[in-house]
Write a protein that binds this ligand. Structure first.
Ligand code: BTN
Length: 248
């Protein structure tokens, strides 16, 4: 077991991912940049990430990879799987059953409790460093109306938590999963598969290539992380991120 990660707590920053990227040269492997408040939190697909100051966890983990050992860029989805599973492990230990909405949103029932934004820097087919940004809703009770389906730990179990106590516990679970790579790639894949939101349920989806609605059943993911959906006519389609929408 390695040392606990070094956490740099900031009162306010635009985005912990942006701050980690600006300070990448000075940040050691396994450092964490955490902020009480983000003024320009970033989400996936160029969206913003909204979080009430002081109520939730917003932080970024910095991983640096030794070029001689080489973390292959083609294996980058395993980082996403490990992070999502580590968060689910942590929530599960608090009695909150979480699932992974492909590729890496964390859901409790039909509500999003946590978002992940991973930014990898690549060189010659290898990951040089990775910035893993995590926004976990902890104590927030009310959310802006434009957010479709948010929830928080407090809304799940009525417990108010101290965010600075919550972070080291969450990091322990996330690092345990990340540091199990590369020995556990297959186990990660299987655990991730089992944890998928809507796995084996027939639901409505939007094919974003032509904006058509269709009914399908998520059956898993391919080795490179594409989502496999079995359509009602028995055919199987694979979707990349931004190619499919979940109809809630
Ligand atoms: C998403 O679901 O769209 C991803 C959200 C990721 C939000 C976190 S909060 C900490 C880190 N800093 C950011 O600016 N974004 C990530």
């Amino acid at each position: 077991m390695k040392e606990p990660p070094l956490i740099h707590w900031l009162q306010e920053v635009d985005s912990t991912n942006s701050e980690a990227r600006r300070r990448i040269a000075e940040l050691a492997d396994r450092s964490v940049v955490a902020a009480e408040s983000q003024t320009a939190g970033r989400g996936q697909r160029g969206n913003s990430w909204s979080s009430k100051p002081g109520e939730n966890l917003t932080f970024s983990i910095v991983l640096r990879f030794d070029p001689t050992e080489g973390f292959q860029a083609k294996d980058q989805f395993s980082l996403s799987q490990a992070t999502a599973l580590g968060i689910c492990d942590h929530l599960g230990a608090s009695g909150i059953p979480a699932r992974i909405k492909w590729p890496n949103d964390i859901y409790v029932q039909d509500r999003k409790i946590c978002g992940i934004l991973i930014e990898n820097s690549l060189r010659e087919g290898l990951i040089v460093h990775s910035i893993i940004g995590i926004g976990l809703n902890v104590n927030q009770r009310e959310f802006p109306p434009h957010l479709p389906n948010p929830t928080s730990l407090f809304l799940c179990d009525g417990t108010q938590r101290r965010i600075r106590d919550e972070l080291p516990r969450l990091l322990k679970s996330v690092f345990a999963r990340i540091e199990s790579i590369p020995d556990s790639i297959e186990e990660l894949r299987e655990d991730y598969h089992r944890r998928l939101y809507r796995l084996n349920h027939t639901c409505d989806y939007l094919d974003l290539s032509d904006s058509t609605l269709f009914k399908g059943r998520i059956t898993g993911t391919s080795e490179n992380g594409l989502l496999r959906v079995e359509c009602i006519d028995g055919s199987t389609k694979e979707f990349a991120f931004k190619e499919i929408g979940f109809v809630v």
